[in-house]
Unconditional design. Structure first.
Length: 435
């Protein structure tokens, strides 16, 4: 199969490299010349474990290439994926589809022969209809089937998520696309990953409903964590106790500082807007969005309380800045709200993150960055774990205690237990562990 991947960002690059690894012939396209030039040299613009080797080996094998020119690869393609960005539109929370529609127009001008055009970007219900309308308007002779095939990749685990998915969802209106999409995903579904065919609108909604449900699950356990603190219960045990019920399941029940990232905040908001526009408000999700927003700042109050109620002039060391480990992504990271709120309360901030400091520098003012946990702990009045990188899972508390001004650990990811930290003379505050 010949595949053209429009958009070489996170989703496009991971999907393109994985399809090439399946043996397909893939061209990744992007308008950003610097990015394409870098990719041609094997420089990957994002941090994703395993992606550099996957890109290198498939480029070497001649199955994966990069270009800024859309016309040629699209004309040769059996399948064209649209994997461009759909940021939240400023002001109204709707997904901004201008890049998707621009890609559709360009595709229309270049397609030759029967071509399946797939939206992989997360797009609101009805976008596939509009993509099809645009292509037909631009080129009435184009022979295309427009398909929805949402991605469910988690940053940091994207390659294994792509290669071992729980399911592959394909929404189509033109039956000719069924065989083509089966062929594209053949290596996966012969390995028993279910390939679920639905209508195009259903597929588009599955993506949003899935993300909203997970966001709701996290927010649910976060509220239960607050209740645990108030009544003297332990949220990790509650999560285990309810998660063993197969109807609930154990995943996405880790209490923490609130969800962040490029998907949950954006997609929940877009779903709320779509539902409001269709006069069927999704109140559970509206509440989830509001609760999660409040939670991020509320975490700063936890830190302030752990410092005796006042952080004016105190130094707080922040461990972990990215919205989760194994990524350099700072989008909607809880650390941003926590740090801003602590600065508003008069604290001085020192911070360390294995991959996120470059992006953080552009988003945060007046933060002193260090080279390790021990480096930023020097003279600090509290150490706060905001992101659970593996490197923070076996900290040497004796060494930390020696250099800190006050031995206080605020563990917003419940990495440690109170007992193991206390024995080194630290005071400990976790999330939802009222005992
Ligand atoms: C998510 C979806 O999982 C993926 O299917 C979709 O395609 C894109 O959005 P991602 O944003 O990469 O992936 O990260 P994920 O691992 O889902 O975590 C999202 C946020 O939820 C993070 O901030 C994480 O820290 C938080 N989270 C997750 C919790 O607070 N508790 C949990 O139990 C799980």
């Amino acid at each position: 199969m010949h595949i053209a991947m429009i958009g070489s960002g996170y989703v496009g690059l991971v999907s393109g490299a994985c399809f090439a690894d399946f043996g397909h012939q893939v061209v990744c396209i992007d308008k950003a010349e610097a990015k394409i030039e870098a990719l041609k040299k094997g420089i990957i613009p994002i941090y994703e474990p395993g992606l550099d080797q996957l890109v290198a080996s498939n480029t070497k094998a001649g199955r994966l290439s990069f270009t800024t020119d859309l016309a040629e690869p699209v004309s040769k393609a059996d399948v064209v994926f649209i994997a461009v960005g759909t940021p939240s539109r400023r002001g109204d929370g709707h997904a901004d589809l201008s890049y998707v529609y621009a890609a559709a127009r360009e595709i229309a001008r270049s397609v030759k022969g029967f071509t399946v055009v797939v939206t992989k970007s997360t797009v609101p219900v009805g976008t596939g209809d509009e993509v099809e309308r645009i292509i037909r308007e631009e080129n009435p002779d184009a022979d295309v089937a427009v398909v929805s095939n949402p991605e469910f990749l988690r940053e940091g685990a994207a390659i294994s998520d792509f290669k071992r998915p729980d399911r592959i969802v394909v929404g189509l209106e033109d039956e000719r696309a069924r065989d083509v999409m089966s062929e594209v995903y053949r290596p996966l579904y012969i390995n028993q990953s279910p390939l679920l065919f639905t209508s195009r609108r259903t597929s588009e909604l599955i993506k949003y409903a899935g993300n909203a449900f997970l966001a709701m699950k996290i927010t649910f356990i976060n509220e239960i964590a607050d209740l645990c603190e108030a009544v003297g219960a332990n949220v990790q045990e509650v999560a285990r106790g309810i998660g063993l019920d197969g109807r609930i399941g154990s995943k996405f029940l880790h209490a923490g500082p609130g969800y962040g990232g490029s998907c949950f905040p954006k997609d929940t908001l877009a779903l709320v807007k779509t539902a409001q526009d269709n006069a069927t408000p999704v109140r559970l999700i509206e509440t989830t969005v509001a609760v999660n927003d409040t939670r991020k700042r509320a975490m700063a109050r936890k830190v302030i309380a752990a410092c005796g109620g006042d952080v004016r002039g105190k130094t707080i060391a922040i461990l972990g800045l990215t919205f989760k480990p194994n990524t350099d992504d700072m989008r909607e990271a809880p650390s941003l709200s926590v740090i801003q709120a602590l600065q508003d309360a008069g604290a001085k901030i020192r911070a360390y993150d294995p991959e996120g400091m470059e992006a953080a520098r552009e988003l945060l003012a007046d933060v002193a960055y260090g080279q390790s946990a021990y480096d930023i702990a020097e003279g600090a009045d509290a150490l706060v774990i905001v992101t659970e990188w593996d490197a923070f899972r076996a900290l040497d508390f004796r060494r930390l205690g020696d250099v800190m001004a006050a031995p206080v650990l605020v563990d917003l990811r419940n990495v440690y237990s109170e007992d193991e930290v206390r024995k080194h003379g630290f005071s400990y505050v976790g999330v939802g562990r009222g005992r």
